[in-house]
Design a protein around this ligand. Structure first.
Ligand code: C5P
Length: 294
């Protein structure tokens, strides 16, 4: 029996500026997406109907974005296939690391192959963009400059080797992404120059500039959850060269070219923050997601 597996990578936003509000309720942004070595593993086998099981987190059921992705692909491709999907979660949920979007992209890639669905890459990108603003990035992964609502992607060359220390605070924000977008005020909107400057650097093969890792959600996030200022404080205390935010948060990260320094910061942050956050070290991944039969 065919059994397909895909690693759905997490992402970090290497800078995120919001340039303005749109008439369709979304916002235009300028960001750099970077796929990293944290991942969910999606396994798919043929079955009657669509079934989904999840381990490592409780978000099964028909409202799961991977599940929605498969239903939409089945409608668009007019294929009659079913599938049983298992999702082993490794990416913290609702953390700004793109887990749900990455799962949806992985599900599109695997289901197209499982069903032999006659759907080209452009259609797959359209389906991805309809599922969520971040989903198209995950079809290809690596490093990418993104505009529009996040769905317009331009690939960038792979990053020079770096280590990211990621801090995932133990806070829950109801309807996090929509809430944080709604909390943006005029001074949070910027022209996108800093992210564009970073992307020009990366295009030229220069190392990441930590000074340019700005994020429009930094102010509204701490305004909404003042206790989160302790995360940045702890990161600065252990010598983090920069305190950056991924997506709409609440995950924070810093970056270093020295692997030992990354693990040292992670150890010290774990000790300082205890149950207030989970801390990990990860690296950029430049390879696109591959669907493997096992
Ligand atoms: O596209 P996605 O489903 O991830 O977006 C979730 C919510 O976040 C949207 O309903 C919208 O309120 C907000 N959003 C936005 N501008 C974006 C992306 C998301 O306002 N570029």
């Amino acid at each position: 029996m065919t059994r397909l597996t895909v690693r759905a990578r997490a992402k970090l936003n290497l800078g995120l500026e919001i340039t303005g509000r749109r008439s369709d309720g979304y916002h235009n942004l300028v960001t750099i997406f970077q796929a990293v070595s944290i991942y969910d593993e999606l396994t798919m086998v043929p079955a009657t109907g669509l079934r989904l099981s999840v381990s490592g987190a409780s978000l099964g059921g028909a409202d799961n974005l991977a599940f929605a992705a498969m239903r939409r692909l089945r409608e668009r491709a007019r294929v009659g296939g079913g599938a049983a999907v298992h999702l082993a979660k490794g990416i913290p949920v609702a953390a700004g690391l793109g887990g749900a979007s990455s799962d949806a992209a992985a599900a599109l890639l695997a289901a197209r192959q499982l069903w032999g669905a006659p759907v080209g890459d452009a259609t797959l990108r359209d389906l991805a963009a309809a599922l969520g603003s971040d989903v198209p990035f995950f079809l290809r992964g690596g490093t990418a400059f993104a505009t529009g609502r996040g769905e317009r992607i331009e690939p960038l060359p792979p990053l020079l080797p770096v280590w990211f220390v990621v801090v995932v605070p133990a806070v829950r924000i109801h309807r996090k992404t929509a809430t944080l977008y709604a909390a943006l005020t005029a001074p949070d909107f910027t022209a996108g120059h800093r992210v564009r400057e970073q992307s020009d650097r990366l295009r030229a093969g220069l190392p990441l500039d930590p000074e340019l890792l700005v994020n429009a959600f930094a102010r509204p996030l701490v305004a909404l959850r003042p206790e989160l200022s302790a995360i940045g404080d702890a990161m600065r205390r252990v010598g983090a060269p920069v305190v950056a935010l991924s997506g709409a948060g609440p995950s924070h990260f810093t970056v270093t070219g020295d692997e030992r320094d990354a693990w040292r910061m992670a150890r010290e942050l774990t000790r300082l923050l205890q149950s207030r956050a989970r801390v990990g070290v990860c690296q950029p991944v430049s390879k696109p997601p591959g669907v493997y039969s096992a």
